[in-house]
Design a protein around this ligand. Structure first.
Ligand code: SF4
Length: 215
């Protein structure tokens, strides 16, 4: 089998053909500003993008920007986001991150990864979503799908999200990172599913180390 870097670049090329578009075009979350994408991404933990898109119109109508959400009553935010689950924690994080953006960043979402991860409830995954989708900056979010598909393919060997991000970023061009992540997520949802991957229908099968290992 070809070396790992070559296979990684080929995976990138094939998924780009299967799922064309930029990171902004591939992202299923509805938003109009970087702040709204940040909020939507925090809300997307442990739920679907469709569920997030159901609650954000009301949330953004009431609290359209960081200034407004920084002054919000946490209980009112909880009521608006309740269907997304974990709403106590999410509401606290949302009001807290809005306050931090107002207090430390003049009301504008920062673009630097180091700054984004200082915000409450924002880890590398969320920060990389905001960087790549809202700002068109390099950022490769690693979620459960990116982890599973990368490891099955054998284009990443690490187990932690941070280490997998580093392995993939070492090979892929930085302007591909965000779209690559979103394409791997789509492939993980539609074909390389957790329980029953559809290897016989997979466009990556000849590149994959795990192919055929699922009975
Ligand atoms: Fe996943 Fe199977 Fe495709 Fe490999 S061949 S990426 S295990 S669906």
């Amino acid at each position: 089998m070809e070396d790992r870097a070559t296979r990684t670049l080929e995976v990138d090329a094939r998924l780009a053909e299967l799922y064309p578009g930029s990171a902004a075009q591939l992202c299923a979350l509805a938003f109009e500003t970087p702040f709204q994408l940040l909020v939507a991404t925090v809300l997307s933990a442990q739920t679907t993008d469709a569920m997030v898109n159901l609650v954000t119109p009301q949330l953004f109508a009431r609290f359209p920007d960081a200034e407004a959400l920084a002054r919000a009553d946490v209980e009112e935010v909880e009521a608006l986001i309740r269907p997304t689950g974990f709403y106590h924690t999410k509401a606290r994080h949302l009001v807290g991150l809005a306050q931090a953006i107002v207090d430390s960043f003049g009301g504008e979402v920062p673009q630097a990864l180091d700054a984004l991860v200082t915000l409450p409830g924002v880890g590398r995954k969320t920060a990389n979503v905001v960087r790549s989708v809202a700002f068109g900056q390099p950022g490769l979010p690693v979620d459960t799908h990116v982890t599973r598909v990368s490891r099955r393919l054998g284009i990443a060997r690490a187990t932690s999200a941070d280490a997998i991000e580093a392995e993939l970023c070492a090979v892929l061009p930085s302007d591909h990172w965000g779209a690559f992540s979103l394409r791997m997520i789509l492939h993980g949802r539609e074909t390389c599913t957790a329980r029953r991957p559809l290897c016989s229908a997979c466009v990556l099968a000849d590149l994959c180390e795990a192919r055929g290992g699922f009975g």
